[in-house]
Design a binder for this molecule. Sequence first.
Ligand code: PLP
Length: 384
Amino acid sequence: MTDLYDRALKVIPGGVNSPVRAMKAVGLEEPLFVARGEGAYLEDVEGRRFVDWVLSWGPLIFGHADPETVDVVVAAAREGTTFGTATEREVELAEEIVAAVPSVELVRLVSSGTEAAMTALRLARAATGREPFVRFRGNYHGHADPFLSEAGSGVRTLGLEAGGEGRVVDYNDLDAVEREVDGAACVFVEPVAGNMGVVPPADGFLEGLRRLCDASGALLVFDEVITGFRVARGGAQERYGVLPDLTVLGKIVGGGLPLAAFGGRGELMERLAPAGDVYQAGTLSGNPLATAAGLSVLRRLTPRVYEALEAKGRRLDALADYGRFERVGAMATLFADDYPALFRHLLGRGIYLAPSQNEAMFLSTVHGDDEIDRTVEAVAEFSA
Ligand SMILES: Cc1ncc(COP(=O)(O)O)c(C=O)c1O
């Protein structure tokens, strides 16, 4: 055991601040202790460098320590790190989100995807006067109580069963939704699943959800924490042309700093305090460093960026020769028969995948042909 992990275990439960960072699921004792990141690379405390396909679980679409993001954050910090009152920059970021995400007319900024999802559910319940809701086995919406049972990501990796509410049905199973949607406040869904490995929506699935919600009076909530600004600038709703009532955003929207958001139609969002009666608040909400980072990133996400990401994705599709490979835009998963062995093989060759099959590989503008080809070659070597 390294000294750092030994120290961590003495003061942090399990030695990590988020369970998905633990590596026991892939047969390793210790998490990766990172010293720095640059572009597509991570460097650990022992000086080993890895091609990083995790990118902090998705936010870093321009890679680690992106110079422009760093510059705006440093400049913002010099003017104060938090004010707890309104700023121009948070208005600008909200304007940017409203312009980009087709169904969002009003948006509120928070600090984590968990908070955003939790409040979207509260709002859907208040707006409909209904308590039950429908969600999908293997989707993940953060760690608020109602979302935990049969959730994806670390809940699934660790095999935990932790309370939870909601009528849980299989992803892509419209018949099951039809059976369960009656009297529901909302249907909560990842429009492209990314927390059970990447699973694209089946043809007609999102349209079917829209139809079932309209027929039953349930609200449709897209959790676009991963897909937002990733599978298209306007997220999955732009890519698939299906508009939800409420949208949950996180990760890329904060440019790698702690920021998330939820938004939707004006009359729904106006239910939030102080305009309305549904309470939601946050000391660090709309934080000036995070809004600076988010604005800098969102303003650079032009159509050319998505074309470039798609081209990189097509190159990465070579992985399909080595197992079931799913990719939607800049998110992908190679489903391996023995994922822990694959993970360890790649790590040994300087390539870092998420330490669980339930997560995605995240492409960024800084993954070049070299990083992609090295990854494909290492997978080929493993499969040989
Ligand atoms: C789809 C989805 N929703 C919500 C969350 C929770 O976001 P956070 O970790 O910022 O609380 C995540 C986190 O990975 C996610 O992937």
